[in-house]
Ligand binder design. Structure first.
Ligand code: FES
Length: 96
């Protein structure tokens, strides 16, 4: 998994409402994006984050070679080559 911090919000993303932007275009879907999308909802539920973190499907996030790709908001933190097993620690770190 590769992480690129594009812009850091001045406030921490913890305990605030947030959004996950997940790419569902063909490069990402072919490289595990479908499984990642399904796992995202399940992981948010397991972590008790479903009420305050929404999921939004996007077009290409210009990280196709490192697909699948998602962006965690607030903070616009880009993550590429994400696997479902990475989600738990990724979401805990960003949102809890
Ligand atoms: S298709 Fe997902 S980043 Fe381009």
């Amino acid at each position: 998994m590769k992480t690129t911090k594009v812009r850091q919000s001045t406030k921490s993303g913890k305990n605030k409402k947030g959004k996950i932007l997940i790419c569902r275009k063909s490069s990402c879907d072919k490289r595990g994006g479908k499984k990642l999308y399904r796992a995202l909802g399940e992981t948010l539920h397991k972590l008790g984050l479903k009420e305050r973190i929404s999921i939004e499907v996007t077009g290409c996030q210009k990280q196709c070679k490192k697909a699948p790709s998602l962006i965690l908001m607030p903070g616009k933190v880009k993550h590429a080559d994400v696997s479902p097993k990475d989600l738990g620690s990724l979401l805990k770190t960003h949102y809890q």
